[in-house]
Design a protein around this ligand. Structure first.
Ligand SMILES: Nc1nc2c([nH]c(=O)n2[C@H]2C[C@H](O)[C@@H](COP(=O)(O)OP(=O)(O)OP(=O)(O)O)O2)c(=O)[nH]1
Ligand SMILES: [Mg+2]
Length: 319
């Protein structure tokens, strides 16, 4: 017999300082998940809007006032004794200096420091998501090497990652990866088969990306040191990616897209219903542009991806 555990709704803050650091607090030892670092926040009261709940919690726990927040990611997680739905929200404006009003330890961390900290198990996907760029540019098909390198040189590496769909097995790959490393561009590489992914030992590849057919054949998370993403066109595919313990998904097509004009678009509403709560950092793909980032966040995706609207030179790129 399974016994239903209590379920709570929690709102938690990703407090981003002007210097790019993130403010975390340590959960008191006697509490659930005690001793671990957390994104400050707490339980939402019945009928309370998430933004108001977060402002209230930040005032109570950190003594910060009037915190303004926007959605980043929602994760549903079953602990042994408790089901939590965690609404993580970005906080970029507030008054007052965060400090531990309940005697808890409070500290600012650089983003690359986060993955090594001890968090509650539910937090793994949001910690990954914080390390990801907002945008993913897919290099257009059939570029020549010089055009590819010129485009890489113009990417805003702090905000845009690069998916190299066609170059995974190209002789020039080491040269391309060296350029990306020099520019600080995070690279997703196409995994043509799960077995191929496991053999891969290339330097400087940030993530492996599995096309939908590779995901369907995949029996376990590829043995790869970096992050792993998958193309998902259905709720089943997203659940499989989550069950395999993958990190990310490219969910498509969100809107009508020139590369697959015959595929009916999901729309953000449907995409949001599929994504919300899953332990995956999702990018919306298909007919979207950088201007859709805020919409993507409203529907549970952490970023947006595409070819034409994202690759430098083919359309305006975000500033
Ligand atoms: N605030 C926060 N809670 C988290 C995170 N990750 C995670 O699994 N949780 C869980 C731990 C708790 O079971 C729950 C948050 O409850 P809480 O104890 O902070 O609630 P609260 O601030 O309202 O505290 P209290 O009034 O009940 O003492 O969510 C996180 O990053 N931040
Ligand atoms: Mg709390």
């Amino acid at each position: 017999m399974t016994v239903a555990t209590p379920a709570i709704t929690v709102v938690a803050a990703i407090i981003r300082g002007n210097d790019g650091r993130i403010c975390l607090s340590r959960r008191p030892d006697h509490k659930h998940q005690g001793g671990r670092w957390e994104f400050p926040g707490g339980k939402v009261e019945p009928g309370e809007p998430l933004s108001a709940a977060l402002a209230r919690e930040l005032e109570e726990e950190l003594g910060m006032q009037a915190a303004i927040s926007s959605p980043f990611m929602t994760i549903a997680h079953q602990y042994q004794d408790l089901h939590v739905t965690l609404h993580f929200r970005d906080v970029t404006a507030w008054q007052g200096e965060p400090s531990g009003c309940e005697g808890q330890q409070v500290n600012w961390f650089e983003i690359p420091e986060l993955p090594a900290l001890e968090f509650p198990a539910a937090n793994r996907p949001v910690v990954t998501a914080i390390t990801l760029p907002d945008y993913l540019a897919i290099a257009p098909d059939n570029l020549d090497l010089e055009a590819l390198k010129a485009g890489i040189g113009r990417l805003d590496a702090a905000r845009i990652g690069l998916y190299l769909r066609q170059w995974s097995e190209h002789a020039a790959l080491p040269e391309i990866l060296a350029l990306c490393r020099e520019k600080g561009v995070k690279v997703w590489l196409r995994a043509s088969s799960a077995a191929w992914a496991e053999q891969l030992s290339l330097q400087g590849v940030f993530a492996l990306h599995m096309p939908g057919s590779v995901l369907m054949d995949c029996q376990g998370r590829p043995d790869f040191a970096g992050l792993v993403s998958a193309a998902c066109h259905s709720r089943e595919a997203l659940e499989k990616a989550a069950d395999l313990g993958l990190d990310m998904a490219l969910v498509s097509p969100v809107e009508v897209t020139a590369s697959h004009p015959d595929r009916p678009p999901l729309g953000w509403q449907q995409a949001g219903e599929w994504i919300t709560g899953l332990p995956l950092a999702c990018y919306g793909l298909g007919g979207v542009s950088p201007a859709d980032l805020e919409t993507a966040r409203q529907y549970g995706a952490i970023g947006v991806a595409g070819i034409r609207a994202f690759w430098p030179g083919s359309a305006p790129v975000p500033v």
